[in-house]
Structure formats: C-alpha cells, structure tokens
Design a protein around this ligand. Structure first.
Ligand code: DX5
Ligand code: ZN
Length: 238
C-alpha cells in the first residue's frame, strides 16, 4: 500500500481496537468489516515511552482480517522492533518521532521492507507527533514518509479530550506536505467523539483514528462506525 492508495479513499476512519472486547477479537473485526471499515488501529505501548503497557507483536499477528493493519508504536527506540511488526502483518507502521533517536533511519529501514500480506503493497511509513512536539521535526523527514499522524491527546490512554490547538497543527502539516509535493496522507488520533467528529473532519485530515467512540460498550459497533464514517465524509474538507 502506498500513500496514494491511502489518499484514494480519503477521508477514512482507522478504528482503535483496544477498547473492543478482546475476548472476541475475531467477532469485533468482522463487525468492523461489515460496517465497511478499511483500517484497524492497534496502540502498542511498552510501559517505557508510555506509562501504559498494552499489546505487542502476537496481538497484531492474531488479527485475521481484510482490514489494513495500522500499527501505532508508542515504544522506546522502535528501530529494532519494526521488523517484527511487519512480519506479523502490519500494513502501516506509525511510530512516535519522540521515541526514536534517529527517526530518519527508522523510515529508511521501513522503506526497504516488504508487506507480508501482499508483496505488491509496500509498508506505509508513518510518523506520529505528540501535541507538545514542534512540527519543525517534519521537513527533513518528508522524503521518506507516506503518512503523518498528529496526536490530539498525549500518548497513553484512550478516552482523553481532544486538544483544540490540534486544528492549527493539522493546517500547518497540510502546508508542509503540500510544499513538499509528494503524496503524503495526514491523520489525527485521539479524543474524536460522535460530538466532535464533524468539527474534526472540517480540519481536513485524510485519516481519523477513533477508538472509544466506536467501541463504546453501549450502542452497536457497526452503527457507531457507520455514523462516524458518514459524519467524516459529510464534513470533510480534505
Ligand atoms: C492514545 C492512542 C489513541 C487512543 C484513541 O495513546 O494513540 O489511538 O487510544 O482512543 P480514543 O478514540 O478513545 O481517544
Ligand atoms: Zn493510536
């Protein structure tokens, strides 16, 4: 999958799976497929870069699905680890720029990796940027990137409140990407709810990550996912 393939379906949701019922992972994935979703987002936290410890390589491998596997790495020094996630079937590797002492090198390594699901597709090379990190990290990396994902919350937990300054950061990243010229998708992750999805869509992201709004423990997952996708399409400016 290249950035162009990601952009062709823009705007789209990537659904965070960790708030689902993990005891019935297969059934939860079928629900997302039935709802017409295209991506499943896994938040990998190592208890070092992030206070929370979540899931790792076996959990990505356990996802048997036609959805693209979007793997968000919030782990210390991801360079040595990305290969294992690619082997487990990750289609997208999105790592935190703050977590790597040499993010450029991580992107170079990802660019040489083959997609285990389909060798015709590459790996989407994604960079995640926390709310407090200056966007000036981006320009030297743009030649090696397919996807920039802005966090609208601090990494660590689902269900946090969307930080309003994220809107201006999305606009700034859009300018940087447009100035660069190559196909690069822009995403946003964290704090997106049924109440603010239309406003977030109007900020123009290509990808919106949403977890607890879809797996909310009360309404049907399919209905939640379709509501979020419809709102995203209706209000998008991307
Ligand atoms: C936070 C994660 C997010 C988060 C999204 O560290 O990167 O993906 O779990 O969850 P919601 O949509 O519930 O804010
Ligand atoms: Zn995430």
């Amino acid at each position: 999958m290249t950035a162009s393939q990601l952009l062709a379906k823009s705007p789209q949701l990537s659904v965070g799976i960790l708030t689902a019922n993990l005891g019935t992972l297969d059934e939860e994935l079928r629900r997302l497929e039935r709802a017409g979703m295209t991506m499943v987002h896994t938040d990998v936290m190592d208890g070092v870069f992030c206070p929370m410890l979540t899931v790792g390589v076996p959990f990505v491998a356990a996802q048997r699905t036609s959805l693209r596997k979007d793997v968000h790495l919030m782990i210390h020094e991801p360079l040595a680890r990305v290969g294992e996630f690619v082997k487990a079937g990750a289609d997208m590797i999105v790592f935190q720029v703050e977590s790597a002492s040499n993010p450029h090198r991580v992107l170079q390594v990802l660019g040489d990796m083959a997609n285990e699901n389909d060798s015709a597709r590459g790996i989407i090379r994604g960079l995640a940027i926390s709310p407090g990190t200056p966007l000036e990290v981006l320009p030297p990396l743009l030649d090696h990137l397919d996807y920039v994902m802005l966090l609208a919350i601090n990494p660590g937990w689902g269900g946090q409140k969307f930080i309003p300054a994220t809107a201006a950061r999305i606009a700034r990243v859009r300018e940087m990407v447009a100035g660069h010229g190559g196909p690069i998708a822009v995403g946003v992750d964290g704090g997106v709810t049924k109440a603010n999805i239309a406003a977030v869509a109007a900020m123009g992201p290509d990808v919106v990550v949403t977890g607890s709004a879809v797996f909310d423990g009360s309404s049907a997952v399919e209905a939640n996912a379709q509501f979020m996708q419809a709102q995203l399409r209706a209000s998008s400016t991307s």
